[in-house]
Design a protein around this ligand. Structure first.
Ligand SMILES: C[S@@+](CC[C@H](N)C(=O)[O-])C[C@H]1O[C@@H](n2cnc3c(N)ncnc32)[C@H](O)[C@@H]1O
Length: 312
């Protein structure tokens, strides 16, 4: 099955689909460092550029379209501007790419989108209602939506994300993948001999370990068995009520980029060619590979039932 991948980042979603025997024929991101990491790890090419300025005709027809579209406008930590924020309008770009005008009746058989959990509740549910209306009424897809947690797919990270799965068959039945038992902890994924730079100084420790204050009350906790959600701004080091810190050899430290990669389901063959700062951003932004693969397999099963699955 040919896949077009939008907002590919480091390709968490892409890797899940590749592992489930799909083929990526076109990928895109406008962040040159994300593209650098992508190119170091995948055989298929990726186009560097803003999806808003790439001519729609240049995006090839495909069987399946996937995209973890930018989440800042919908996330709890952002200002929740939704469609008012230019990045929020990227959903409309996806809709344009899928439109009959561009696809000339060769619309993808399935579309898989990923976003933050709060996409469903943003603006009292109106943002999601509009997304659903466009996918269903304007583009003719049957739409399924669920919140999946990475910790339910074998990865010790609490990461709840909205997954939207659409099929062009109006009679289709689809169920999201089943949860699997979690049998590893964050401690199992830790590197043993890490550079001193990841350890916290005595000076910064009290700030990092203090509970949330003011409008943001939260309890500081370190050495969690299941990590808190990785986020794109991890490089800045948030307090321990929002970020992940572990004790090793009697000292407290942050996670390394390699540990963040592991927490997103990338094994150690995954090349990290960029700075720590970029790597934290990229893994904080990524879709967990194990969840992506489970969704990709479930979509494959459904496409097979529909007689629509095409082998590579
Ligand atoms: C949430 S991340 C995607 C994660 C990725 N899908 C994965 O599976 O790991 C969103 C990505 O969209 C990219 N992006 C944001 N706006 C874009 C635009 N206008 N054109 C192309 N890429 C864009 C960002 O650089 C970022 O890598």
């Amino acid at each position: 099955m040919n896949v077009v991948s939008l907002f590919s980042g480091v390709g968490g979603l892409d890797k899940g689909f590749l592992d489930a025997d799909y083929e990526i024929i076109w990928a895109n991101d406008f962040d040159k460092f994300a593209v650098q990491t992508y190119e170091a790890n995948y055989d298929n090419p990726i186009v560097l550029g803003d999806i808003n300025t790439i001519p729609l005709e240049e995006i090839p027809d495909c069987d399946v379209l996937i995209g973890g579209f930018p989440c800042q406008p919908f996330s709890m930590m952002g200002q929740q501007k939704g469609f008012e924020d230019a990045r929020g309008t990227l959903f409309f770009r996806i809709a344009e790419i899928l439109s009959d005008k561009i696809r000339k009746k060769k619309k993808p058989k399935a579309v898989i989108l990923e976003n933050v959990r709060s996409l469903k509740t943003h603006d009292k549910g109106n943002t999601y209602k509009e997304i659903h209306r466009i996918l269903h009424k304007e583009l003719g897809y049957r739409v399924f939506c669920d919140i999946l947690n990475s910790a339910d797919f074998g990865v010790p990270q609490t990461r709840n994300r909205t997954y939207i799965v659409c099929f062009d068959d109006p009679a289709v039945e689809y169920t999201f993948p089943k949860k699997v038992e979690l049998n590893s902890t964050l401690q199992d994924l830790l590197e043993q001999d890490v550079d001193d730079k990841y350890f916290l100084s005595e000076r910064i420790l009290p700030t990092i370990l203090s509970d949330g204050t003011g409008g943001y009350k939260a309890r500081s906790e370190i050495d969690l068995k299941v990590a808190r959600p990785l986020c794109a701004t991890m490089a800045k080091m948030h307090r321990a009520c929002q970020d992940n810190y572990v004790t090793q050899k009697g000292r407290v430290r942050r996670l390394t980029p390699r540990e963040c990669a592991r927490l997103q389901g990338f094994d150690d063959s995954f090349v990290i060619p960029v700075s720590d700062c970029q790597a934290y951003k990229q893994f904080g932004n990524a879709v967990t590979v194990d969840v992506a693969k489970a969704v990709a397999e479930s979509v494959k099963e459904t496409l097979k039932e529909l007689g629509a699955w095409v082998e590579k």
